[in-house]
Design a protein around this ligand. Structure first.
Ligand code: SAH
Ligand code: SF4
Length: 364
């Protein structure tokens, strides 16, 4: 007789865990303690939870597993600020998770799918095609992986210093999560929202509402749903072009959800939630980096509470384009500023370890 494999602990919200524990005939107090052991104390196995009754631990061991992701490989950037992990799932599939440091804050870039169905021309994940959805536990598991890396590193390193491995009394906390790894988060809406709930739990990783950013290629119904449900996270929209024709050439789903509809959805979101929206723009040399295109995006976003994140393209094998140069990027940014549109030029961190979306998982 075979038993079903244990479910992942990380799939469960705090409420779901409590209901399960009560269903097994134990006190909800045990569920709360189990949650604290895992998310606050960083316990990795039931052996590290001696205060829980043995009968309860035995039942948990039958029902739940705590180790969903394995490290297949990792790469550290030469500047020490970026670590990229290729993580293995229970079915042998692989996803990428990146730990980044900006001005002393630790950010995890996590994946929402294996592959992606959206097919953006310049994106290594898009070039891979869609494989499957991630479960909430596989999304939370990536954040927990980063949490464990930080715990193992130990010290609260001085601001803007690379991660050090020397022992110290406290470990750094994971402060920000961006859903900008592999996949389209709004094409896996339910699982992503459950994961966000778990990540925000105040008795767990306790990420602030404004510390989680969902990046979308422009799935219009998903943006409207985020607004209607008043979901507590930031929204980033991958724009890349300011006319329908130019955008459709880079982002095929623009044919399904045209630019006009996308901008209407963004205005609806910003008004309803009174929130600023980030717009991502991969700067591709000779493609979308001209002064005229900068003027066009400024006109397009007029009246919206917006910030543009300019990211010089990470070259990929399946796409001919190259990154816009530093001067071009600065000039683009100046034009946006002249129109009162704030922007940043994202440093191409980890370029030496192929830290662009999907680049490690698709490497041969
Ligand atoms: N699917 C979502 C989130 C994952 S992609 C989305 O498209 O927004 C995260 C960001 O990386 C997006 O803005 C995407 O356009 C960008 N991106 C993908 N491939 C890139 C590349 N080769 N160079 C620069 N940015 C890239
Ligand atoms: Fe998918 Fe985003 Fe890559 Fe487009 S850029 S293929 S939506 S992961």
């Amino acid at each position: 007789m075979s038993f079903p494999p244990p479910a992942s602990f990380f799939d469960l919200t705090r409420d779901e865990l409590r209901l399960e524990v009560v269903r097994w005939g134990f006190s909800p107090v045990h569920a709360a303690r189990l949650w604290t052991y895992v998310y606050l104390d960083g316990a990795r196995s039931l052996a590290a939870m001696p205060e829980l009754p043995e009968r309860f631990r035995n039942r948990v061991a039958q029902e739940l597993c705590f180790e969903p992701l394995t490290i297949v490989s990792e790469a550290h950037s030469t500047d020490g600020f970026t670590r990229k992990y290729l993580l293995g799932l229970a079915d042998g599939r692989r996803i990428e998770t990146v730990l980044m440091r900006f001005t002393g804050r630790v950010t995890a870039c996590v994946s929402s799918q294996v592959g992606c169905a959206m097919g953006c021309a310049f994106c290594a994940t898009g070039q891979m095609g869609f494989v499957r959805q991630l479960t909430p536990g596989e999304i939370v598991g990536q954040a927990m992986h980063i949490d464990r890396v930080l715990r193992a590193a130990g010290p609260r390193a001085a601001l803007a210093q690379p991660l050090s491995n020397s022992p110290h009394e406290r470990h750094e906390r994971l402060r920000n999560i961006v859903l900008m790894g592999m996949g389209e988060p709004l094409h896996n809406y339910e699982a992503v929202m459950t994961a966000v709930n778990i990540l925000r739990d105040p008795g767990g990783l306790a990420l602030g509402a404004k510390k989680i950013t969902i990046s979308t290629v422009g799935v219009v119904p998903g943006i409207i749903r985020l607004a209607d449900e008043a979901r507590p996270s930031h929204l980033a929209v991958s724009l890349h072009a300011a006319t329908q024709e130019e955008r459709a050439a880079l982002v095929p789903v623009a044919k399904q959800w045209p630019l006009d509809a996308l901008m209407d959805a963004c205005r609806y979101y910003a008004r309803k939630l009174d929130r600023r929206i980030f717009f991502e723009w991969a700067l591709i040399a000779g493609q979308n980096d001209s002064p005229e295109q900068a003027q066009a995006v400024a006109r397009l976003l007029r009246g919206l509470p917006a910030q543009v994140n300019l990211i010089p393209l990470n070259p990929t094998d399946g796409y001919d384009g190259g990154p816009a140069g530093h001067t071009t990027a600065r000039h683009f940014q100046e034009i946006l500023a002249e129109h009162g549109l704030p922007s940043t030029v994202r440093q191409r961190r980890g370029i030496d370890i192929a830290a662009g979306c999907g680049q490690l998982a698709s490497a041969k």
